[in-house]
Design a protein around this ligand. Sequence first.
Ligand code: TPP
Ligand code: MG
Length: 324
Amino acid sequence: MAKPTKEKLLEWYRQMVLIREFEETCNNLYAQKRITGVYLHLYSGQEAVGVGAIANLRPDDHVITAYRDHGTALARGVDPKLIMAEMMGKKTGTSGGKGGSMHLASREHNFWGGYAIVGGHLPLAVGIAMEPRYNDKDAVVLCFIGDGASNNGYFHESLNMSAIWNLPIVWLIENNVYGMGTRVEDASGQPELYKRADSYGMKTLGRIDGQNVIEVHEAVSQAVDYARTDGPVLIEALTYRYRGHGVSDRQYDDRLSEELEHWKTYQDPITILGNHIKERFKNVEKDLQRIEHEARDIVKDAVDYAEQSPAPGYEDLISNVYVK
Ligand SMILES: Cc1ncc(C[n+]2csc(CCOP(=O)(O)OP(=O)(O)O)c2C)c(N)n1
Ligand SMILES: [Mg+2]
C-alpha cells in the first residue's frame, strides 16, 4: 500500500487531537456537573483505532459501536457542537438530548450509535449488514467491539451468523487490556482475541498495533475491501484507555499507574503520529501547532453552543417514542 500523503496524515492528526481535546474537556465538564448522567466513558488513548479505521469508509458504509462512542462519532464527521449538546442533554443534540453520551447516533452519517449493553450492538450490526447483502449493494458495516464484549453470547451469535451469511462486516475488537477493572487474560481463556475467528471459519487479519494510526488504516483498508465482496473479517487492535472505565470509576492503583505512564510515554497515538509526520516532512511543527489551537477553539465553541441551547420540553418527552 502506498504511504499516506502529508494531507491525509495531517487530517488524521487533526481528528485525533480533536477527539483528545473533546474527551478531556468532557471529563472536566462532568467534574463540574455541567455534563450530568450516571456515566461517561472516555476514548482518550484509543484515538488511532477509531480514526484509522473510519478513514477507510465511504458515506454509504455504516458504523456502530458501544458506549465509548464520542470519539468514534467525531471520527465519522458528526458535528462536535451537536455531540456536545447531546452530552449536556440539550434539544439541539444528535438525539434531541434524549440519548446522552452512551446513545449518540446520526442517521445522516450512517452512525448507528452508541449502546450501553455490552455486546448488544453486535446483533444490530448483523441486521444492518443484511440490507446491502440482500439488495446487492457493496456497503460495509464497521463494528467496534470491546475485549470484554468478546466473551458474551451476542459475540458468538453475531460472528457466527455473519460467517454463515457472508455478511459485509468488519468486526474490530478494541482490546484496551481491560473490561472495567479485569485484565483480558483474567477474563478470556484465549487472550489472543483475533483467534476467535477460527471458531467461525472467518478471515482474520490478526492483532495489530492500535496506537499506530497508519497500521490501523492499512489493516482496516484490506478488511473493508474483503468485506465488500467476500464476507466478514475479524481484527484485534491492541490499545489502552487512559481514564478509568467511566468517569466515576476509581482510576488506577499504584501498580497500574506505572503501566499507564508507560503507555502515555511510549505508546501515545498522537505523539507517535506527530513524530512520524515530523520525521517525514520538513517544517511541519507550525501545522501541528495550528491544528492543536484549532481543536481547542472547536471544542470551546461546541461547549458554548451546547450551554446556550435549550433543554428539551414536554413535547420532546412524548416525541419519537412510537412510530405511527
Ligand atoms: C450485558 C452487560 N453486562 C455487563 C455490563 C456492565 N459493563 C459495562 S461496561 C463493561 C465492561 C466492558 O468492557 P469492554 O468490552 O472491554 O469495553 P471497554 O469498556 O474496555 O471499552 C461491563 C461489564 C453491561 N453494561 N452489559
Ligand atoms: Mg476493554
